[in-house]
Design a protein around this ligand. Structure first.
Ligand SMILES: Cc1cc2nc3c(=O)[nH]c(=O)nc-3n(C[C@H](O)[C@H](O)[C@H](O)COP(=O)(O)OP(=O)(O)OC[C@H]3O[C@@H](n4cnc5c(N)ncnc54)[C@H](O)[C@@H]3O)c2cc1C
Length: 472
């Protein structure tokens, strides 16, 4: 058992490891580490530790393990499932001071980043070396490399480059007992036994603390073209994706589906402008990229013309400047945030096989409105990955708290549709505390038993993010 309330003496021993300056006890200074951006949780802690080296992380975990003290690892605090929040007064281990990019190796196409490197800074460092680090998401100005790996983040580049897991070659991890595991290699081919890095990617800080990673770099695109496309249906959008991949040689790097209601919220609350003259039921943000400097716009135009002829497109606009491109992206990027101005919003981050997306959206919308008449499903997301953020806004004028009280009922009916289509109840945000109990109810029992075995083997004293992902 972990001890719930460390004594003042023990807290002082932890503080000594990092020095008083980086042992945060002041309530006002602690606040940014304890809040959750949507206001779903508010943590409490006696101490936030901000180590400045791997050795300090190792010393903290060794002391925590010896004294059975619970630790919550934290990066940029942008997670959406409550994994980085100290819900029961645990000590927070913030990795943000481990923010050094140790190496950019343009020949090997790798970059070695410490866990606290902010994602946008990693992207910028790759760009400086004329390379691309393709992981990209709305929280990239705050999310850290350690956090995006611990949650196996997806984002808008996953269509072309894969999710975080696909972008990692090597890892440095501090284990629960304080030992440092170094598999920080740059190798594409390494078949020397079990591939341990994948145990820690997506484990949400429950199996070890990631302190550094070797990530893959790619050639930097020389041309990028962005279109905002009105389509008659999700099925037409799927067909358009296939057409675009065919006609651009697999050049589609973004393919985001948006229902009218979700973009309407962006027009209403974020000052975004409707780029098309008429209103349509569905939209796609389509981006194509190429390492060549010319020919891409022509290929995109040909794709859009073919889509129009095939009845897959109703109308479209292509960005002619960086400002126009930014304006189109802004519509997509503000969708999740502006839902709060429409009252309560019940979230689902799900994935289904690509071919099932249209049926999933139709069936989940019907199930949601049958449960709460008048509620407003706002599906949007990474259609190219089969990943839909099926968020449901409250009926106009309804009581917000009453609506949000039905969160689990709504999850149940939507996730039932997900399961019917062989999908996942967490496509990219993870499990944390938000979906832990549902995971326990719905995951294959043998798979769940293996997860528990891994947890008790790697963290026998249950000090690392206890109560997150799997309960023991
Ligand atoms: C506006 C917005 C847009 C988003 N868009 C996307 C999206 O498109 N795709 C997507 O996948 N996610 C998205 N997210 C979710 C979030 O950004 C990701 O989960 C991100 O990967 C979290 O990184 P972080 O550094 O903030 O981690 P935190 O929130 O601090 O932590 C997340 C989890 O990782 C653990 N952790 C953090 N650092 C470490 C470490 N070094 N070692 C071990 N465990 C660690 C924590 O304990 C916690 O369980 C979005 C969030 C916001 C707010």
């Amino acid at each position: 058992m972990t001890s719930p309330a460390p004594s003042p003496d023990l807290l002082a021993r932890f503080a000594t490891i990092v020095g008083d300056r980086y042992a945060v006890t002041d309530a006002a200074e602690q606040e940014p580490y304890l809040i959750e951006q949507r206001g779903l949780w508010h943590g409490t802690t006696p101490l936030i530790l901000r180590p400045g080296s791997v050795d300090e992380v190792a010393a903290i975990l060794k002391l925590a393990d010896d004294t059975r003290t619970a630790i919550v690892p934290q990066g940029g605090n942008t997670g959406l499932v409550g994994g980085q929040t100290p819900h029961h007064g645990e000590i927070v281990l913030s990795l943000t001071r481990l923010a050094r990019i140790r190496e950019v190796d343009a020949t090997s196409n790798t970059m070695t980043c410490e866990a606290g490197v902010v994602l946008a800074n990693a992207q910028a460092a790759a760009q400086q070396a004329d390379r691309l680090f393709p992981l990209s998401l709305g929280a990239e100005g705050s999310a850290t490399i350690g956090g995006v790996l611990a949650t196996n983040a997806g984002g808008t580049g996953a269509l072309a480059y894969g999710v975080a897991r696909d972008l990692v070659l090597g890892l440095e991890v501090v284990l629960a007992d304080g030992r440092v595991m170094n598999v920080l290699n740059k190798l594409k081919k390494d078949n020397t036994g079990y591939d341990l890095r994948h145990l820690f990617i997506g484990a949400e800080g429950t199996l070890g603390v990631i302190t550094a990673a070797v990530v893959k770099l790619y050639p930097r695109p020389r041309s990028v073209e962005t279109a905002f496309v009105a389509v008659p249906s999700p099925q037409a959008a799927l067909d358009l994706l296939a057409l675009a991949q065919q006609m651009t040689g697999g050049g589609a790097t973004t393919f985001e589906l948006m229902a009218r209601i979700s973009v309407e919220f962006a027009f209403r609350h974020a000052g975004c402008r409707d780029p098309l003259a008429d209103q349509h039921a569905w939209y796609v943000l389509l981006e194509v990229s190429s390492t060549q400097t010319d020919g891409l716009r022509r290929r995109l135009d040909e794709t859009l013309e073919a889509g129009l002829e095939a009845g897959l497109i109703i109308d479209a606009v292509v960005a002619d400047s960086l400002d126009q491109r930014a304006a189109l992206w802004r519509i997509r990027e503000t969708i999740a945030d502006v839902q709060r101005y429409e009252g309560g919003s019940i979230k689902h981050d799900v994935s289904v096989p690509l071919a099932s997306v249209p049926d999933f959206i139709a069936e989940a919308s019907a199930a949601a409105t049958a449960l709460i008449p008048g509620c407003r499903p706002c599906p949007f997301g990474h259609l190219g990955d089969g990943n839909i953020h099926f968020n449901v806004s409250q009926p106009v004028g309804a009581d917000k708290d009453g609506f949000l009280a039905r969160w689990h009922d709504m999850n149940d009916v939507v996730h039932a549709v997900v399961r019917r289509h062989g999908g996942s109840i967490s496509a990219e945000h993870g499990i944390g505390v938000l979906k832990r109990d549902e995971l326990a109810r719905t995951k294959d029992p043998v798979a769940l038993a293996v997860m528990r075995t891994l947890k008790t083997t790697l963290d026998p004293n249950n000090i690392l993010n206890p109560g997150k992902v799997v309960s023991l």
